[in-house]
Write a protein that binds this ligand. Structure first.
Ligand SMILES: Cc1cc2nc3c(=O)[nH]c(=O)nc-3n(C[C@H](O)[C@H](O)[C@H](O)COP(=O)(O)OP(=O)(O)OC[C@H]3O[C@@H](n4cnc5c(N)ncnc54)[C@H](O)[C@@H]3O)c2cc1C
Length: 464
């Protein structure tokens, strides 16, 4: 391979947004090179861990039930972000999702009915057959067939600007320095969630105990480079998606199977053996994304979810075996927690339970009274052994801080100057819409919509 390559459109990244951009640029007849930091077997970024994408639809489709209108979708986004979203941009993405599944199918993605018992998303979210890994494999196959040149183990590090345009990108390809001259550049290199130093800068030392749920390759190199070149930065570095996952998970790439979904059925204590938040505040799908942050606020960023036998069968277990004991003191001992405190916490909790009609499918009337904090729903005494526990850690899914873009996916530079030939898609620009909070399936929605737009606009600019 030569040290200098040329193309109409260079796409940086190998996840959903990058692949959508590469395919769309090829549809416009542009020549396309796609560079992916990861080796082939680890390709696909966080997208390879996904399961679904949230789509608006006014009537049932072949893959989605009932209707999910623009307004309802927007209200969901509005609620989770506490109103801190760009309505015009959010509605734009939402409307564009209506055409996503057909386009995806045309590029080899297949869908399946939603799985029951997890997050109840059959109406709003289209599930990929074989998950995100099958989706990225289908897109890579389609991209190869369409003539996209793909370079693995190639990390972009420098954007060379001249007169406001990016003329070339420097990268290291399997240890060799290369330069790619491109008429347009699409940056779809994810967030900075795998960059532990950057996480620590934002969060402080607690970040050392965070586990990265997805790829190790999203180190934010391109985000830093865009910052250095005066791109407008949008969003807060501490905002992102973080869930409570099993503390025994690997440091990277544990994916969805490490999530612990029984919080609302039991109690959660910190390493001191004390409860610290209402485990039954709302339905789990609406609350799971706050628990990563809650655990991050506890000593040593660790917590333990404790349930009794009554909870078994009411949740999807994590990939790790629960820690089991016949009594609460024996369980506390196995967990290395102060036995007396845990016993006292459980006893106080049990004494505060106001019996009701337990129903995990609605906000039932089983709650506690006089506790600090109370448990609002699904509160049942923890009294039927054997008792089970899962250790919880903060699992970072992805960060929101990124670059500001226009509706054409063009990166906005300082003084609101719109870049002529640099485009961004996916996680790296999700902060334009997501300031905080999350609705399941929105990450892939943003990446698919903006990936397609970025690829098309980049190709139009390059071939004009
Ligand atoms: C466990 C898990 C489950 C999830 N489930 C869902 C779900 O079901 N639905 C949903 O909507 N969202 C889900 N998400 C979020 C979703 O993964 C992201 O929103 C989405 O994948 C972002 O796509 P992307 O293309 O921007 O980034 P990614 O898919 O992460 O791709 C970024 C790519 O850029 C490459 N890269 C990074 N830096 C460089 C560089 N300097 N040079 C070259 N290449 C570089 C990386 O190797 C990677 O290939 C999940 C995330 C995780 C971690």
């Amino acid at each position: 391979m030569k040290d200098t390559l040329s193309c109409d459109v260079l796409v940086v990244g190998g996840g959903n947004a990058a692949l959508c951009a590469a395919l769309s640029a090829r549809e416009q007849k542009a020549s396309v090179i796609l560079i992916e930091s990861a080796p082939r077997e680890w390709r696909g970024g966080n997208s390879s861990h996904t399961r679904n994408l949230r789509c608006m639809h006014d009537a049932p489709t072949d893959v989605l039930t009932d209707a999910y209108t623009e307004d309802e979708y927007f209200q969901d986004v509005f609620r989770v972000t506490g109103g801190e979203t760009n309505e015009e941009m959010a509605r734009y993405v939402i409307r564009e999702t209506a055409s996503c599944t057909d386009w995806m199918k045309a590029h080899g993605v297949r869908f399946q009915p939603s799985l029951g018992g997890t997050l109840h998303l059959g109406r709003t979210n289209a599930f990929f057959l074989g998950g995100g890994k099958a989706l990225v494999n289908a897109y890579f196959k389609a991209a190869e067939k369409a003539g996209v040149q793909i370079l693995y183990e190639t990390q972009a590090h420098t954007l060379n600007f001249s007169n406001g345009e990016c003329e070339s990108v420097e990268a290291v390809c399997k240890g060799r320095k290369i330069r790619i001259n491109a008429r347009s550049v699409v940056i779809a290199s994810g967030g900075f969630e795998s960059n532990r130093e950057w996480l620590e800068e934002a969060w402080g030392p607690s970040a050392r105990n965070f586990i990265i749920r997805g790829t190790r390759f999203n180190e934010g190199v391109m985000l830093r480079e865009l910052m250095r070149n005066n791109a407008c930065i949008i969003g807060d570095p501490t905002q992102g998606h973080a869930v409570a996952i099993d503390a025994r998970s690997p440091r990277y790439d544990g994916g969805i199977v490490t999530r612990v979904d029984c919080v609302s059925l039991g109690i959660v204590v910190n390493k001191e053996g004390r409860r610290f938040y209402d485990e039954g505040e709302d339905f789990w799908p609406k609350r799971y994304a706050i628990w990563g942050r809650l655990v991050a606020g506890q000593p040593d960023q660790i917590a333990y979810c404790i349930i009794d036998s009554k909870a078994i069968g009411h949740f999807m277990p994590s990939v790790f075996k629960s820690i089991v004991a016949d009594t609460i003191p024996a369980l506390a001992e196995k967990l290395g927690l102060p036995v007396d405190t845990v016993q006292e916490t459980v006893a106080q909790f049990n004494a505060a339970v106001v019996a009701g009609n337990f129903d995990h499918n609605k906000l039932d009337d089983c709650h506690t009274q006089g506790l600090q904090p109370n448990k609002s729903h699904w509160a049942r005494k923890i009294d039927q052994g054997p008792f089970y526990a899962y250790p919880l850690a903060t699992g970072i899914t992805f960060t929101y801080m990124g670059v500001k873009v226009t509706r054409e996916a063009r990166v906005v530079m300082q003084d609101e100057v719109v870049s002529k030939n640099v485009f961004a898609a996916g996680e790296i620009m999700a902060g334009n819409i997501l300031s905080k909070g999350y609705v399941a399936g929105f990450g892939m929605a943003i990446g698919t919509v903006f990936g397609r737009i970025a690829g098309k606009e980049a190709a139009k600019h390059a071939t004009a």
